[in-house]
Ligand binder design. Structure first.
Ligand SMILES: [Ca+2]
Ligand SMILES: [Ca+2]
Ligand SMILES: [Ca+2]
Ligand SMILES: [Ca+2]
Length: 273
């Protein structure tokens, strides 16, 4: 059994080594979904029906615990890993496809989400790939993992500040319920703002052209945010980032990963969702 499961891995590795792979390919699926969830913890943009499921990993900080929880809940074939298919069944990681006959709209949404998540993880990995080898070595990975745990601690501190009504240092069920309702309301409000702006035929959801307009604006927003960051770190104002300027930008972006700028405006859009 070990042989049969190792062979594709080895072939895969050789293949990747030979074709200048995308950095996300260097990451095993289980690992990448743990990172996705760890990044999400600040902002569970998910449908109301999945909030119950989504709040469980929200309580966890250590990547080890997130992983254990995900394996326990979603490892359908019990091999101790999450395959791409198993990952896609986690409702707060991917928009749910209700059944095998999911309609085209659901499928497209699912695909878009997947692409977006992959991009986010790619940016995250590249930020920690100090030697630009297109994969994270043990030291680089250790830094990322440690930063994500600090992120979670910072998020929990902020949550206590925001939701620990009786100030006993933890969130009881009632306080959790308030947190979840608040997140839900935020999600609904965000959805309404988007609809107000892009649902031009006012049928309550975004058709193809309407979505295209939304995505165009989003791309533009990402471009502007990147340009703004670049300008901010271009200390000698020569229009380029030299090695030193790049290094300080990376240091700053890592502060965002660690959740040291929660609730602030600006910063990298890929860490805001
Ligand atoms: Ca599995
Ligand atoms: Ca590396
Ligand atoms: Ca409390
Ligand atoms: Ca410069």
């Amino acid at each position: 059994m070990h042989q049969s499961s190792l062979l594709p891995v080895i072939t895969g590795a050789l293949f990747l080594a030979s074709c200048n792979a995308d950095i996300t390919d260097s990451l095993e699926t289980t690992e990448s979904v743990v990172y996705e969830v760890a990044l999400q913890t600040d902002n569970i943009d998910t449908q109301a029906e999945h909030h119950g499921e989504a709040t469980e990993p929200l309580r966890l900080c250590r990547l080890f615990d997130i992983r254990a929880h995900l394996i326990e809940t979603y490892d359908a074939d019990g091999d101790g890993l999450l395959s791409a298919d198993e990952r896609d069944t986690i409702p707060y990681v991917r928009p749910h496809m209700r059944d095998d006959n999911a309609n085209q709209h659901q499928r497209r949404k699912h695909q878009r989400h997947k692409k977006h998540a992959r991009k986010t993880i790619k940016r995250l990995l590249r930020l920690y790939d100090e030697d630009r080898s297109r994969e994270l070595n043990a030291a680089e990975k250790a830094e990322l993992d440690a930063d994500l745990e600090i992120r979670c601690e910072n998020i929990q501190t902020k949550r206590l500040a925001d939701f620990d009504a009786d100030a006993d240092g933890e969130l009881d069920e009632e306080e959790w319920a308030t947190l979840v309702t608040t997140f839900q309301e935020r999600f609904t409000a965000k959805r309404e703002t988007i609809l107000a702006q892009y649902d031009t035929d006012e049928d309550g959801h975004l058709g193809r052209d309407e979505r295209r307009a939304l995505h165009q604006d989003k791309r533009q927003a990402h471009r502007s945010a990147r340009q703004a960051l670049k300008a901010e770190f271009d200390a000698d104002a020569d229009g380029e980032l030299n090695a030193e300027e790049k290094a300080s930008l990376r240091t700053y972006l890592k502060e965002w990963v660690r959740g040291e700028h929660l609730g602030e405006a600006g910063g990298p859009l890929f860490l805001r969702h």
